[in-house]
Structures are given as C-alpha cells and as structure tokens.
Design a protein around this ligand. Structure first.
Ligand SMILES: [Zn+2]
Ligand SMILES: [Zn+2]
Length: 283
C-alpha cells in the first residue's frame, strides 16, 4: 500500500473523529442532564475512529481486512501485539546548527492504547440502562461523573486531533514475511530490531511474530543483516511410563486444559498450569 493511500485512509478517519468530537462538545455544553449520555456515545465513536485511523498504518500486517476484528478493543489488542510502540507519540525533531540542541518541530500525538481500551469500556458501560442491581441499590446513576469522564476523554481526543503532523506509510526497515504452516502469509515491520542493532538502549533484541490466524509464533532477531528465526516451541518429556520421549508444543498451546497425544506412544496428555508451566497428567 503506498503512502498516499495510507494518508488518505488516516485523514478520512481523523475527519470522522473530528465530527464526533465536535458533537460531543455540543452535548457537553448542553445543560440537560441526559446530554452526557449522547456525549459518551459520540466520544465512543471518536475513539473508534482514532483506533481505525491508527490501524490504517498497519493494514499489511493486520492481515485480511475482511477478517479483522473491527471492535476497537480487540483491534487495539492486535495493534499492541504487532507494534508495542503503536501508541507512542511520534516526534519530528531538528538539531539547532549552532547549539547542537535537539528541537521538536512537530508531533503525531497518539493515545496510550491500553488506556484507550479502558476509556472505551467506561463509555460503553454508560450506554446501557441501569441494571436490576443498580436500580435496587436506590443510587441513581451519577450523570456528573459521566460528564466529568467525557470531558477528560474529549481533552485527549482533541490533543490527538491537534497533532501538527500525521505519519503514515513512512519508510520502514525491511518487512519480515513468513509463510505460516496454516497457509497464512504473515508480515511484520522489524524496525525495533534495527534500532536495537544501532543503539542497544533502543528497540528490542528480539520480537515475536504471531500468525493472526492460527496464533502460532516465532521469535526473530538479527544476525548482521539477516533474520534469525526460531519457532516458539518448547520441548517436554512424555509423562507416560515406558515412554518418556521428547515432545514439542507451541507456546500458544501452553494453556491449562490443552490436550494432545504423545507423538511417540500416542497416549493422551493434558496440560495443566496449576503447579508449573507444563505438567502432563496421566489419564
Ligand atoms: Zn498460521
Ligand atoms: Zn509417550
């Protein structure tokens, strides 16, 4: 996808977020107590539009758009999984030729994605009728609290929309492409590895690339200009008497209750996380 296409998509979502933020501002200026509910609804839309705005820069890595989780919190989880820095503000700096001082000239303000998820859920819970328990408690819902929360969220939305620049489709280091065994082509930008190679205090020495379809993952690191790839697979010995031979399991399957058969004796093995990461139980 070329830079123009990414920027156009981002601009479209930003315009939407702008409209929702303006509507929310009008609702919050309205004296009617119930207006806070409508402000919450518009702000929820604004947060969604900003999540999709950010996701537009990751469409190649997010996989098939038709299969995307278009619910904002789920999409945000995916974005954090792809790029832990996706929610970090991007600064454009220049160096003063006389003093050598680094000066920020513009920034692309991003929202902390983990907080975005919490805020989204808070707004969501305001958009329901009071529950039976709430009604029976005799305590009416506080519209003042909701209005206060809405004002806080609006401030953050305005800060993002006030960015002086918008990055998108910028030149990245090479893309890691993996043909997963499940048939999915998985793509991932690998900038943190190159940042780390040039300055070990930045980026990361290894990143996890997970297939968005089957959830299997590999760890990649750099060896010179080449990638070193190791599947996130662990070995363990079959617990059945008379076997004890080594089996392997994907990291994503190291979960309480996962069942598999020993590759050697065919006996059933049940994963349990109760005592230690992998305990096999004989049944
Ligand atoms: Zn896969
Ligand atoms: Zn066995």
């Amino acid at each position: 996808m070329d830079r123009n296409e990414i920027v156009q998509r981002r601009e479209a979502f930003r315009s939407l977020a702008r409209c929702y933020a303006d509507c929310a501002t009008r609702w919050l200026d309205d004296a009617d107590e119930r207006s806070a509910i409508y402000a919450a609804l518009d702000l929820r839309f604004a947060l969604e539009a900003l999540a999709y705005d950010l996701a537009s820069d990751y469409l190649e890595e997010l996989g098939d758009p038709a299969a995307l989780e278009w619910q904002a919190p789920k999409l945000i989880e995916r974005l954090i999984g792809i790029d832990p820095y996706a929610g970090s503000t991007v600064y454009l700096s220049k160096v003063d030729p006389e003093t050598g001082e680094k000066i920020t000239v513009a920034s692309d303000v991003r929202m902390d994605l983990k907080k975005l998820k919490i805020r989204y859920q808070k707004l969501n819970s305001a958009l329901h009728a009071p529950t039976i328990a709430k009604v029976e408690s005799g305590k009416p819902r506080s519209m003042d609290n909701l209005r206060h929360e809405c004002r806080n969220i609006l401030k953050i939305v305005e800060k993002v929309l006030g960015s002086q620049m918008m990055t998108g489709g910028v030149i990245h280091h090479q893309m890691f492409v993996m043909n997963c065994a499940c048939g999915t082509v998985v793509k991932r930008r690998t900038d943190p590895l190159f940042f780390h190679r040039d300055d070990p205090s930045k980026g990361s020495a290894a990143i996890t690339v997970r297939c968005w379809k089957c959830k299997n993952s590999v760890q990649i690191s750099l060896s010179g200009d080449n990638y070193e790839v190791s599947p996130n697979v662990f070995g363990f010995d079959c617990p059945h008497e008379g076997c004890g031979k080594e089996n392997s399991i994907w990291e994503k399957d190291l979960a309480d209750g996962f069942e598999m058969d020993c590759a050697h004796c065919g006996s059933s093995i049940l994963m349990s996380a109760a005592l230690r990461p992998v305990v096999a139980e004989i049944r």
